[in-house]
Design a protein around this ligand. Structure first.
Ligand SMILES: [Zn+2]
Length: 255
């Protein structure tokens, strides 16, 4: 296997000691049911992969980027009745994130990107709160929102649908069960139109809103679609890392 000096859990002190890392990435996934055909670790595997491959490209372009270990637990407060959907509350995530930011700050890392892979996670408000007391520049992205998926998929779906299934077929095919085993991912929509239209929001009770824990039909998934989409997302994030690295924290705005 090619050495990956930008993956902190694979590197060593000998290497770290002589590298001035400027950007850290914290991938944040989840442990949850993904229809009948995808693994519970899907969000974490995807985050792991997207972070590592984006970092690899950026590293080759001279960015001293460090990918931290993926946090495997997301917010699952509306899935507590589904076995092994392990919930980490937003307030707990906030503490975990604060500790990580504090560590990086002591160690001179200037920027942290939280690379999110789970719809129930939302780091924006946490960043607003932590940033007040930290010199580490904090930012976040959801990898699945980096590109409009419509050109890549017939029906992307939103949880264990065509997008996620295709990406898993590409990055972890052995963890994708035969699609004949999958449910059709039909979502039971809210009765109230404001929720259906999306301008009012309430979290979905998963066992009410879904029939097989999936939202989105995986039937037309393919490794080829997953490869095209994942690689496009990865190169876009890599470009972002290059720009993030090159832009000093006190020169973020066009003036
Ligand atoms: Zn997922």
């Amino acid at each position: 296997m090619k050495a990956r000096p930008y993956i902190i859990s694979e590197t060593n002190w000998h290497h770290v000691k002589q590298t001035e890392y400027s950007v850290a990435i914290l991938p944040w996934g989840a442990t949850e049911a993904h229809n009948f055909h995808l693994a519970y670790g899907t969000d974490s595997y995807q985050c792991d992969y997207i972070a590592a491959e984006s970092a690899s490209i950026a590293w080759d372009k001279g960015v001293k980027v460090a990918v931290l270990p993926t946090i495997p637990f997301g917010v699952q407060t509306t899935q507590m009745d589904i076995p092994f959907c392990i919930n980490m509350n937003p307030s707990t995530q906030m503490l975990v994130l604060s500790d990580i930011v504090h560590s990086l700050e002591q160690q001179g890392v200037k920027k942290l990107l939280i690379l999110n892979g789970h719809g129930g996670n939302n780091f924006r408000q946490m960043i607003r709160e932590i940033q007040v007391d930290s010199d580490v520049f904090l930012c976040t992205l959801n990898w699945y929102n980096v590109l409009n998926p419509n050109g890549y998929f017939d029906e992307p779906g939103d949880h264990a649908g065509e997008l996620e299934t295709s990406v898993m077929m590409y990055i972890q095919p052995e963890l994708v069960a035969p699609l004949m085993q999958a449910g059709n991912g039909k979502e039971n929509k809210f009765r109230i139109s404001a929720f259906r239209e999306g301008w009012a929001w309430a979290p979905r009770i998963w066992t009410e809103a879904t029939n097989d824990t999936g939202v989105g039909n995986p039937a037309k998934s393919s490794a080829h679609k997953g490869e095209k989409f994942a690689n496009a997302v990865i190169s876009k994030i890599a470009e972002f890392l290059v720009e993030l690295d090159a832009t000093p924290v006190d020169k973020m705005y066009q003036k």
